[in-house]
Ligand binder design. Structure first.
Ligand SMILES: CC(C)(COP(=O)(O)OP(=O)(O)OC[C@H]1O[C@@H](n2cnc3c(N)ncnc32)[C@H](O)[C@@H]1O)[C@@H](O)C(=O)NCCC(=O)NCCS
Ligand SMILES: Nc1ncnc2c1ncn2[C@@H]1O[C@H](COP(=O)(O)OP(=O)(O)OP(=O)(O)O)[C@@H](O)[C@H]1O
Length: 198
């Protein structure tokens, strides 16, 4: 039986790092952030819809979506964020299902979905893994690694579900407050439990 997992957590909680650790153990990863880029790549109907909604100004000179510009617009205005999500989310969902359905019978498929709770997807998985970190650590990582201001980092966190809302749907919680070795120990433990569950 294919085992289907949802993996979620707040921005900069460590989802991609955890995904990579599961991939090293043999899981197939479906990364929603990657799909969200593919569905607005140049030449897609997704990008055409973004331009129809936000104007040609959100394109770079080479015709790509200017992510910094769109980010500045949508994280300052929830209505505009909704417009962007209405273009991107259904397309990401369909692509994820397609990839998921192609998985083999013995595979563990991990769907890395930052907005799993916000988009109400917990029920479609056999288990949900939540990567949990204190908000201050999220801000610290975004400022240190992504050149964001504290205000920008706080705006992104404010656009997401709370830690508590995510913990409600968690089958497994991974606390990412220690070292990468601590993180790997927890990933290994979840992997072992999943195989007992299967
Ligand atoms: C606004 C955009 C252009 C900013 O691009 P940028 O390259 O700066 O960020 P990136 O896409 O790498 O996202 C980084 C993180 O931001 C957070 N985030 C992204 N979109 C959203 C959103 N709509 N609401 C809340 N948080 C979000 C997620 O934690 C995500 O992991 C981009 O995030 C986007 O297209 N968002 C809408 C699609 C979406 O909801 N993606 C997230 C899951 S599918
Ligand atoms: N335990 C840890 N110790 C030190 N650095 C870490 C740890 N976990 C993650 N990081 C670092 O924190 C940053 C954020 O991690 P990562 O990219 O995995 O988060 P994410 O949840 O996937 O982010 P996003 O929501 O933007 O997709 C990365 O630079 C990563 O290397």
């Amino acid at each position: 039986m294919t085992l289907r997992l949802g993996l979620t957590g707040g921005i900069a909680s460590g989802k991609s790092t955890v995904s990579q650790m599961f991939a090293d153990l043999g899981a197939i990863i479906i990364d929603s952030d990657v799909l969200a880029r593919e569905v607005v790549a140049p030449g897609t109907d997704g990008l055409a819809e973004v331009v129809a909604a936000f104007g040609e100004d959100v394109l770079t000179e080479s015709g790509e979506m200017d992510r910094a510009k769109v980010g500045a617009i949508v994280f300052a205005d929830p209505e505009k964020r909704k417009v962007l999500e209405q273009v991107i989310h259904p397309r990401v969902f369909l692509r994820a299902i397609e990839i998921d359905e192609a998985a083999g019978e013995h595979d563990v498929v991990i769907n890395d979905i930052p907005l799993l709770v916000e988009t109400n997807q917990a029920d479609r998985f056999d288990a949900v893994v939540v990567v949990d970190v204190p908000t201050e650590l999220q801000v610290e990582r975004m400022v240190r690694d992504r050149g964001m201001s504290v205000e920008e980092a706080t705006a992104r966190i404010g656009a997401q579900a709370t830690r508590e809302q995510r913990l409600v749907v968690a089958t497994y919680v991974i606390e990412n407050t220690g070292t990468l070795d601590d993180l790997r120990t927890q990933v290994d433990a979840v992997w072992a439990q999943l195989h007992r569950q299967a």
